[in-house]
Design a protein around this ligand. Sequence first.
Ligand SMILES: Cc1cc2nc3c(=O)[nH]c(=O)nc-3n(C[C@H](O)[C@H](O)[C@H](O)COP(=O)(O)OP(=O)(O)OC[C@H]3O[C@@H](n4cnc5c(N)ncnc54)[C@H](O)[C@@H]3O)c2cc1C
Length: 473
Amino acid sequence: MAAESLLRQEGAPIRVLLLEPNDVGGVVGTVHRDGWLVEQSADNFLAARPEGLGLVNRLGLADELIPVNEPARRALVYSAGRTLPVPAGFRLMAPALAKGILESDILSPAGKARLLDEANVAPAIGGGDESLESFAVRRLGREAFDRLVQPLVAGIWTADPARLSMTAACPEFLDMERVHGSLIRGEEDRLRRLGDSHQGIGARYGQFVTLASGMGTLPARLMEWLTAAGMERRRMRAESIERLADGRWQVVASERGLPATLIAADGVVVAVPAPAAAGVLRGVDETLAADLAGIEYAGSVVVVVGFSRDDVAHPLDAAGLVVPRIEGRGILAVSFSSSKFPGRAPEGCVLLRVFVGGALDPARALLDDEKIVALVEAELSDMLGVRGKPRLVQIARWPSAMPQYHLGHCQRLSRITERLNALPGLGLAGAAYEGVGIPQVIASGQAAAQRVGAAVQGMNRRTDWRVIKRSGG
Ligand SMILES: Cc1cc2nc3c(=O)[nH]c(=O)nc-3n(C[C@H](O)[C@H](O)[C@H](O)COP(=O)(O)OP(=O)(O)OC[C@H]3O[C@@H](n4cnc5c(N)ncnc54)[C@H](O)[C@@H]3O)c2cc1C
């Protein structure tokens, strides 16, 4: 499809203006340095959902897609001084293979017995939203939660599982309990329906893909396409939005050192983190803004270190290592970037991405660069037998980048949707609402664009914008 047809509505061109004060891509970005390829945040995405692959194909990037290397299609868990594979068939909190659990050294005999008794645990009756910790402990036992579920969850949401809402974060597993009465039976049924190709140990990791040149290529290429299709971009920050008497919208935007600019638009998509959305929408709807402001965020730091292969004793034969909180260590997880994907490190070297902080360890994310690198070096030396100094160090700090779907998140979303329904031409998009993964975030952007486009069309308008004036100018 040609780029020009991307921004069309019923055949007529849609004029779009992007206000973005920083480099496009938000948290997603790739740094290329001396033969190293460093991802600043996301380093892959799930291909099982259509939106990520769909966008990649639409942008002509399909040739760049690469899956996780076959030997790296498993995760390790740090367990009392050892790095042990997640039991075969265990997916986040759903065990499919008794054999895998029985053969694993991560759990004690009592912990294994309790986990395998999951099929006999009665489903919860009624009740409201349940935390992920409560659900997993109830179904799988405390030990399986502490040693498997907690570290795997922390690796995805950097969250406090005692506050994370099952309904919002993991509805699939709630459904398994509801439909099959058990996660074991639910996962077995899911695998049966998917067929043989999904039964292997590495099947889940085979569903993750990245771009050969790095994830940063995705927003960069998208920007090229949209620009070719006529989108304009200004390096401006949206300060506030107002609804005009005729139903149109007015955005007050600022640019460093310049007077504020007033922009009138038929529709607006607010695709910023929830606290920023709350700030710009306060004048439109106080209640909506209060609900947006109530979505909490957690921070983390990604410390990327490169070593000579000879300086790392561990075989790095996995996608990465997660560290249970009960181990009392200083890091959350390590992604073995150069094991996962080709072209991440120069010949003879390895690249590791170490995650520090998260909702349960916020203070450590505030350590200064020197201290955080020293912590990472000490932990890698202990856990992976890393010797010597890193040949590359790159630190990406994300003070509050990960929205937390706390208990009550779905009710909050319902209230937000209700308020939005009274505001035609306004859309919200981003990780704060219905999924933090890249495909879900793409889906939210597409849904918001459609919603705004349909509302504007319903008012017999063309989706358009114009600068009204620079105040004080
Ligand atoms: C460390 C880390 C690792 C991750 N790893 C993965 C992974 O491997 N796979 C995966 O699928 N997902 C991953 N994610 C999640 C995923 O990357 C994010 O959820 C997603 O990229 C967020 O996109 P977003 O557009 O909602 O928000 P952001 O990326 O935060 O973008 C928000 C944008 O809004 C702009 N903005 C803010 N305020 C204003 C304003 N007032 N006016 C105008 N613009 C404004 C900002 O400049 C920014 O560009 C990871 C996230 C993090 C933090």
